[in-house]
Unconditional design. Structure first.
Length: 639
């Protein structure tokens, strides 16, 4: 059946065009930003320092130094220090937002950068993204708006003025405009010719989700809007800014960088995606993809080379036709629902060769005998994929291991998918552990899970000082809490601290309105408390995210330690029921290849769909029927 499914959308498939060239595991972790300037790559880590690389040979990462800011610098380990966040470079100077203000670094000798202190009067602000252009520095400062500075003297910026905003997350500058990400609103300010450094609001564009990043190129502004993907906005001189397309990336678009004129590299949480803009129609299409297996937080480019900043590592990819085989997996972790001892459960993994030559598999096996490969891999021709069934036989609690594939892929000769069964914690299909926790924001009193029988409950464990939590929680606010009847779908955040100042700051920064609960019993740091422990899930060393969906009967229906809003929305929609079932396009009571045929005909405008067919086809609930919905239904059919 898999080959038949692939044949259906072969005509709308694409070459993935990204090959791995180099990798580094620097001292910096909690990496949040990256920037390329000529032959220099700067990678900013909230903990462990700021990394400098020579990329005069763009294929390799030549590490120059790890630099710590003063006042604890580089995060100073743990929760102290400057906690660097975002970077922008002008000439020989780098400006970096930190918890202590905007840091100024002389990078004229990048092997020996020098700290020049901080921009005056920025130390008591919550700072986010920033941008430089000519002699102008703009800094997004959440509720304090966007701060503008004259950097004619780059070592001593002079304050000019402030652009008001409710919640400024990001900013981008060109010759005549300043674009501000104010929550989910893109503000376009135009420079007044008769007044130096004075700007007037030209346009305000409301987007579907909070804006994480903005970049400008060739008559377009591009905005990363988290789980809703990437927006292209036409800003040609003779038109009012117009949205021309929204591309729904596979996970959570966080940072953007433009290369080759009309290509946009996207850091998309668990992958790197490359989009291409059609200048005639203003539409975006996917032309490059690589699942990094790590949390891709930021992105930077040089020519056709892409530098992926991944929480605790850096990778180099080359965009272009792949010469040789190229292996990709649909997932790098399989978490099985609870299985009674003596019984079994199968999960499925798609393995695809996205290269130009045959992929030969020399060996593939599981490291734990409780997991069995039913149909081992042998070889895959270019463009061919195989769905591998891995069966879990439950004989004990808390089984874990991995599925390992060895092949002739030069840049990924060994690839690993983790396998976890009957974990000693929260399994899909288990009754959700009950809790009664104090509400510390957006409500009063306490919240008891067992009192919510009859409603769907979405649970997000998080820490306010954990960088990935900001974009995730802000997306939950807009994509779930604000979208559904709050009597039917309840969203809660469970936090590891009762510091009211820290809680209030996080809630205000991210415009969170759903209840936040305090989980006592925390040993400190970023780890959660007693309830967090009850909801244990295996992770890759990072304690967050940790998300769950509990159904109307109190049973866990979703458990994940990665961000997957599309699947969360699918689970919620199916729990709510209604006149249609997501995926059952022909309303025959089953989801199968016939539904895919109908979806392809809808996409190709061969069929004029009914309202129910449209609703059932929109599996990722983004308002658009496209190839991503087909991928989702294939995954459902293959369990």
């Amino acid at each position: 059946m898999r080959s038949a499914i692939l044949a259906l959308f072969l005509g709308i498939s694409f070459s993935l065009n990204l090959s791995i060239l180099d990798y580094d595991n620097p001292s910096a972790t909690h990496i949040l930003d990256a920037e390329v300037v000529d032959d220099l790559l700067i990678v900013v880590g909230m903990i462990g320092g700021i990394e400098f690389y020579d990329i005069s040979n763009p294929e390799s990462l030549n590490h120059l130094t790890s630099f710590n800011l003063s006042s604890g610098g580089g995060g100073g380990g743990g929760g102290g220090g400057a906690k660097p966040n975002c970077v922008s470079v002008s000439g020989d100077y780098a400006y970096i937002t930190t918890k202590n203000g905007v840091a100024i670094i002389d990078i004229s000798n990048p092997s020996n950068p020098q700290s020049l202190g901080y921009v005056s009067n920025t130390n008591n602000l919550i700072l986010e993204n920033l941008d430089t252009h000519d002699d102008l520095l703009a800094v997004a400062a959440h509720e304090d708006g966007v701060l503008l500075y004259d950097i004619t003297n780059p070592s001593n910026p002079t304050y000019i003025s402030t652009i008001e905003a409710d919640n400024a997350w990001a900013v981008a500058i060109d010759d005549y405009h300043i674009y501000v990400a104010d929550g989910s609103t893109l503000l376009d300010y135009f420079k007044l010719e008769s007044f130096e450094n004075e700007y007037a609001l030209l346009a305000s564009i409301e987007l579907s989700n909070a804006i994480k990043d903005i970049t400008i190129g060739d008559g377009y502004v591009y905005a990363a809007i988290g789980s809703d993907g990437v927006v292209a906005i036409n800003i040609m001189a003779d038109v009012t800014p117009q949205i021309t397309d929204i591309y729904d990336t596979s996970a959570m678009a966080n940072r953007l960088d433009i290369f080759d004129g009309n290509k946009i590299a996207v850091s998309d949480w668990d992958d790197v995606e490359v989009l291409s803009l059609d200048p005639e129609y203003g539409t975006l299409s996917l032309v490059g993809y690589k699942n990094t297996t790590r949390r891709t937080m930021a992105i930077a480019t040089k020519e056709n080379y892409i530098y992926s900043a991944e929480w605790a590592s850096v990778q180099v990819f080359e965009f272009g036709e792949i010469d040789g085989p190229d292996i990709d997996l649909s997932a790098y972790e399989l978490n099985y629902p609870y299985v009674e001892n003596g019984s079994s459960e199968s999960l499925f993994l798609d393995v695809v060769n996205n290269g130009s030559q045959t992929l030969y598999v020399s060996s593939n096996y599981t490291t734990n005998s409780e997991f069995n490969v039913v149909n081992p891999l042998t070889s895959l021709e270019p463009g061919e994929s195989q769905t591998v069934e891995i069966e879990y036989f439950a004989n004990s609690e808390n089984s874990s291991g991995s599925y390992r594939i060895f092949s002739n892929d030069e840049d990924e000769s060994e690839i690993i998918c983790e396998t976890n069964g009957n974990i000693n914690g929260a399994n899909i299909g288990d009754e959700a552990p009950d809790f009664n926790l104090q509400i510390v924001a957006n409500g009063n009193g306490s919240f008891q899970l067992s009192d919510q029988i009859g409603s769907v409950v979405v649970i997000a464990f998080f820490a306010p000082n954990w960088p990935v939590c900001s974009p995730e929680l802000s997306d939950m606010e807009t994509s779930i809490w604000q979208e559904y009847n709050q009597d039917e779908v309840i969203t809660i955040g469970i936090i590891n601290t009762n510091s009211q100042n820290q809680i209030n700051t996080f809630v205000e920064e991210n415009s969170i309105t759903f209840p936040i609960l305090y989980d006592p019993g925390s040993s400190g740091g970023v780890q959660g408390g007693d309830t967090y422990d009850d909801y244990y899930m295996p992770n890759d060393g990072s304690p967050y995210p940790r998300d769950f969906i509990v159904d109307q009967e109190g049973i866990i229906q979703y458990a994940n330690n990665e961000i997957d809003f599309e699947w969360m929305l699918y689970v919620i929609e199916n729990l709510l029921g209604g006149d249609y079932v997501l995926g059952d396009v022909n309303s025959d009571g089953s989801i199968d290849i016939l539904d895919i045929v109908l979806m392809v005909n809808i996409i190709l405008s061969v069929l004029e769909p009914t309202d129910l067919q449209l609703q059932a086809s929109d599996l990722n609930v983004d308002g658009v029927i496209n190839i991503l919905d087909i991928v989702q239904i294939v995954n459902i059919i293959l369990s």
